[in-house]
Design a protein around this ligand. Structure first.
Ligand code: SF4
Length: 339
């Protein structure tokens, strides 16, 4: 069964926050969001899903629990109508940690809310302050606790490459998201968009965006933490449909259409290297090898444009590699056998 999010983008009109990377503030105050449009978008998306698909209406794009309260409730009522009609199985939303409080939880509990995606971004207060997020790591811990007590699953969204953030901070953030009980995560390398404070910081030489390679390494470090804790990753990198503004607003940073695949490939590269290094140390590595990877991850293991395969063949005394998929292997693990 496929899980499908039916996305409804609700811009946070008049958002009072000033996150340095955010280009949604440029459109704040423009009330182009229409509830009729929401219905049309949901209906249209639902025509494209299969009978066996599990669909959820997903209020993304801003801080859903921070928008006008009446509008939020009307949208929840609208979405619940689709749940009651059996057309979707639930509702999810993205929001900020400081927009979760007991009142909001009380409202969400009246609806079939399957997950709240928190824009945690970092668990380091210095990084949060440099990014002008306007909330602290303690706000995130408190919000996660409220969601946990209410039985609402948490999806933790984090960023890599924020101003002042180090690889260590990002691994630490991933560890803390796991310890807060997240059911899943999303990892977003920081991008620079026009009309953002981050763009001005970059132009003043105060911020240097990550390269694609750096973003891949740092996202892979975070992903390996999530994988170790059994926390699934829903997405790595923004997809165009997650953005509200134009493609032309992208200025700089590690944007790559296959960012998720590159990051997964990096974890497979590390896993294969570990196994092959150990065989080589024992003096057993020769001839051909069979590398088994989890079902569905063959292309990630072979690498973008065959990069992992080429690197292994160039680095070890072997003639050929046969890749296999096996159900029994856990995410980002491999089995290597000499053949
Ligand atoms: S990222 Fe969200 S909270 Fe921050 S300024 Fe943009 S809309 Fe507001």
């Amino acid at each position: 069964m496929r899980h499908i999010n039916v996305p409804v983008f609700v811009p946070h009109l008049g958002c009072p926050n000033k996150c340095v990377f955010c280009d949604q503030r440029a459109i704040s105050g423009v009330s182009y969001f229409s509830e009729d449009d929401a219905c049309a978008v949901i209906d249209e998306t639902l025509t494209t899903v299969g009978d066996g698909d599990e669909c959820e209406i997903a209020f993304f794009g801003g801080s859903f629990t921070g928008i006008d309260r009446d509008l939020m409730i009307r949208l929840l009522d609208l979405a619940e109508g689709y749940v009651k009609a059996g057309r979707v199985t639930g509702i999810r939303m993205s929001t900020r940690p400081d927009y979760i409080d007991p009142d909001i939880i009380g409202i969400l509990k009246r609806y079939t809310v399957r997950a709240v995606e928190l824009g945690i971004q970092s668990m380091n207060d210095r990084v949060l302050a440099l990014s002008k997020r306007g909330h602290t790591a303690a706000d995130t811990a408190r919000a996660a606790g409220l969601l946990r007590d209410a039985g609402i699953p948490l999806v933790g969204q984090m960023m890599v490459g924020l101003p002042g953030s180090t690889p260590r901070d990002e691994v630490d953030c991933a560890e803390k998201i796991c310890s807060l009980g997240a059911a899943a995560c999303r990892i977003y390398p920081t991008l620079v968009f026009r009309n953002t404070e981050l763009c001005e910081m970059m132009n003043r030489g105060e911020y240097v965006p990550l390269t694609v390679d750096e973003a891949v390494m740092r996202s892979a470090d975070a992903l390996s933490v999530f994988a170790r804790h059994g926390v699934g990753c829903l997405r790595i990198g923004l997809c165009d449909s997650e953005r509200l503004s134009n493609d032309g607003d992208f200025v700089a940073g590690p944007r790559h259409d296959a960012m998720g695949e590159l990051v997964k490939s990096e974890l497979y590269r590390r896993a294969m290297k570990r196994e092959l290094d150990s065989l080589e140390k024992e003096g057993k590595l020769t001839g051909s090898v069979e590398i088994s990877v989890p079902k569905g991850d063959l292309s990630a293991a072979v690498g973008h444009k065959g990069r992992n395969r080429a690197e292994i063949l160039a680095s070890y005394p072997i003639n050929s590699i046969v890749f296999l998929e096996k159900h029994s292997i856990l995410w980002y693990n491999v089995e290597v056998r000499l053949i």
